[in-house]
Design a protein. Structure first.
Length: 75
């Protein structure tokens, strides 16, 4: 009987991992093109050219941005 319970626990653990994996796949990190960085304002991003003396981290700036993945077209 104990083996039967462990099997159910393993199945539940795999299902949880699969759900977590699918939740992780709804966003993708996108690197900014060379010479640019992302600027975040609210929920949107814009590209900004790096200064001549090079990129320096500042408020709202990032070399990578997280974008949601849309799986189907919305009507």
């Amino acid at each position: 009987m104990l083996l039967h319970v462990e099997s159910h626990i393993e199945v539940a653990a795999r299902q949880c991992q699969n759900q977590c994996l699918s939740a992780c796949l709804i966003k993708m990190k996108v690197k900014a093109p060379e010479g640019y960085h992302w600027m975040k304002k609210g929920l949107t991003y814009k590209l900004m050219k790096d200064p001549r003396d090079g990129y320096k981290p500042h408020k709202g700036a990032s070399k990578e941005a997280n974008f949601e993945i849309q799986k189907v077209h919305k009507k």
